[in-house]
Design a protein around this ligand. Structure first.
Ligand SMILES: Cc1cc2nc3c(=O)[nH]c(=O)nc-3n(C[C@H](O)[C@H](O)[C@H](O)COP(=O)(O)OP(=O)(O)OC[C@H]3O[C@@H](n4cnc5c(N)ncnc54)[C@H](O)[C@@H]3O)c2cc1C
Length: 487
């Protein structure tokens, strides 16, 4: 029987855990990677990749409807009475198959890469039975009562167990069928009327995609704006774009209870800024997208002595060390920005410190993200509100996409670019781009921020014409033309 002791045990084959296991194994270390569901974790199997494939299908449907305005007739298309848009037929089975092919290929690619590095993949659910010792049960049950079980110990243990969809306290929810982000991805039929609970990025990406597939869609958001982290002008523009596409967006709307009906569900809600009058909303399907919670309740953290906060997030310092020596946490499970690129950067921190003898930390790293609605919302650094709350003297540059030649040429003029500049140093503090390829353009700002370029370098840079990037000239020229007013 082989020894059950490893140089490294990684729990969870997420976006940081897989690469870390591979790097250690390639360096000749003995590594066990424990995964209870699928290699690749949330991103590959039920997050980034599958959502972006269905969003791509939805965009094609959107463009097909707009084809005539570019002078292109889609064969067999007809016009809706009185409308400019052509009807399109969406084959949800093909949308689903295409999604699954990409998921399968990404997942199997990761599995092959781990195997070739020499990582031992242990299928099952891990639970601490000592500070650096875990019991893995094959059947995925937490108590280890059934199925084969193994006990593994490690010099180092890294937690990469991620998050799962939160279940809101909503009266009646346990009595009706409802969808979460993983289960909505498995639909092979278009919902007649999708009610989306939650106006964060997960809810909005699905809302727009299914609207474009032809569903009626209603978003119910408790906050006073969609995407609560964004500046109000950005959130309002997003709401307008979604409404323009025919999505009903309810803001400051609190869901009170839900009941089943012959056609699906009936949701009772009230406006938080109104007189409390209850209203009812009937839908065929309910998607719950009201946040995510850490996968730690069944990990036995207390047995190992690993500190977590009240919500279950593992507590780490800037070197990703937990309260137990030799135990680390990376990715979403440690709280803070929950993105693939952050989990991957956590992997880099641990690789540097544990394998290469360096001293890396998570301090001062820029956190970019893209919301893959269409047009995209790409962002990096501080929002205007955050910069002001931090006491900075700021100048704000703003340029509508209707002023961007490239956007006009391709007829994708919704949204705007916005940058926040430190009035004293001229450094860019942050940028938000709601517009075509917003994620890519936000990355240009990020590169300037990484190089600590002043805004004038982008204002006066020579960028090829006609690209979206050249609009950075106009964005900052417009700010200077408007005057030096810092506040
Ligand atoms: C719908 C959706 C869309 C998203 N889109 C984007 C996007 O476009 N861009 C982006 O950057 N991020 C996106 N994200 C977030 C992104 O998926 C995560 O931030 C990313 O996967 C990093 O997660 P992680 O590495 O912390 O762990 P995860 O990828 O969540 O992996 C954790 C793994 O641990 C396993 N596990 C948990 N507990 C145990 C246990 N006890 N024993 C064994 N295994 C266990 C799980 O099965 C899972 O495989 C999206 C998320 C969702 C839900």
């Amino acid at each position: 029987m082989p020894s059950q002791h490893y140089d490294l045990i990684v729990i969870g084959a997420g976006q940081g855990g897989g690469p870390l296991a591979g790097a250690f194994a390639r360096a000749g270390r003995r590594v066990a990677l424990v995964e209870r569901v699928h290699v690749g974790g949330t991103c590959v199997n039920e997050g980034c990749s599958p959502t972006k494939t269905i969003i791509a299908s939805a965009r094609v449907a959107h463009l097909a409807r707009r084809a005539a305005s570019y002078g292109v007739q889609v064969s067999g298309d007809g016009r809706r009475a009185g409308g400019a848009q052509a009807d399109v037929l969406v084959d949800m089975n093909r949308v689903h198959t295409r999604k699954q092919e990409i998921v399968d290929s990404f997942r199997s690619g990761s599995e092959r890469s781990l195997a070739s590095a020499g990582v031992e993949l242990v299928r099952g659910q891990a639970r601490f039975v000592g500070p650096r010792t875990v019991r893995v049960t094959e059947d995925g049950t937490a108590d280890g009562g059934e199925g084969a079980a193994r006990t593994l110990s490690g010099d180092l243990v890294v937690l990469n167990t991620g998050l799962r969809a939160a279940v809101p306290r909503l009266q009646g929810l346990d009595g009706v069928p409802w969808l979460t982000s993983p289960s909505i991805l498995e639909l092979t039929e278009r919902p007649e009327h999708l009610v989306v609970l939650g106006g964060g990025y997960v809810g909005l990406e699905f809302a727009q995609a299914f609207r474009r597939f032809g569903s009626r869609v209603t978003v119910v958001q408790r906050d006073a704006q969609l995407l609560p982290r964004e500046d109000a002008d950005v959130a309002e523009a997003v709401a307008n774009i979604l409404r323009e596409e025919g999505i009903d967006v309810l803001i400051s709307a609190e869901a009170d209870r839900v009941v089943g009906s012959e056609d699906g569900i009936r949701l009772t809600w009230h406006a938080l800024d109104g007189d409390g009058t209850e209203r009812e909303l009937a839908g065929s399907h309910l998607l719950v997208a009201t946040g995510r919670v850490p996968n730690t309740a069944d990990l036995g953290l207390d047995v190992a002595g690993i500190d977590a906060d009240a919500r279950g997030y593992v507590q780490v310092n800037e070197r990703l060390e937990t309260s137990v020596p030799g135990v680390y946490a990376i990715g979403d499970v440690k709280g803070g920005p929950a993105f693939t690129h952050i989990s991957y950067d956590d992997f880099r921190v641990l690789r540097t410190n544990l394998l290469e003898g360096g001293v890396a930390t998570t301090t001062h790293r820029l956190v970019p993200y893209t919301v893959f609605i269409d047009p995209q919302l790409g962002a990096v650094g501080m929002t205007e509100r955050e910069a002001r709350e931090a006491g900075k003297r700021v100048r704000v540059a703003k340029l509508p996409m209707t002023s961007v030649a490239r956007a006009l040429e391709v007829d994708e003029t919704r949204g705007f670019m916005k940058a926040v500049v430190d009035a004293d140093s001229g450094q860019i503090l942050g940028a938000t781009v709601l517009g075509i390829e917003g994620g890519e353009i936000a990355t240009l700002f990020q590169i300037a921020m990484m190089g600590k370029l002043p805004y004038t370098a982008l204002r006066d840079g020579v960028f090829s014409h006609p690209t979206l990037a050249e609009a950075l000239n106009n964005l900052f020229m417009a700010m200077d033309r408007a005057g030096g007013g810092a506040a």
